[in-house]
Design a protein around this ligand. Structure first.
Ligand SMILES: [Zn+2]
Length: 91
């Protein structure tokens, strides 16, 4: 009888549900990054750096004047996709 009880509690606890939740969260984040791949650039306003007078400006070199930067999840996605493509091409 005690062995059955131990087996039942073992299957109930463990990292299973937590791992599933982490995978779900990661998947949701990746989908979010696929739909909205950009975030606003934190180094400039709309891709422009204004001079102290406010009448002159230059393009931001961090985002190439777009005012948008690729999010980390999207970069990771591109990296994974490239490695997968490279692997499948070699095989
Ligand atoms: Zn910028």
């Amino acid at each position: 009888m005690p062995t059955v009880l131990a087996a039942a509690t073992d299957s109930g606890t463990g990292p299973g549900p937590l791992l599933l939740l982490a995978i779900l969260a990661a998947t949701g984040y990746m989908i979010h990054c696929l739909i909205w791949p950009y975030r606003s650039c934190r180094y400039c306003e709309g891709g422009k750096h204004r001079s102290p007078s406010g009448r002159a400006w230059r393009y931001c070199h961090r985002c190439n004047g777009k005012g948008a930067q690729l999010r980390i999840g999207r970069r990771l996605w591109t990296y994974l996709k490239n490695t997968h493509d490279r692997n499948s091409r070699h095989r």
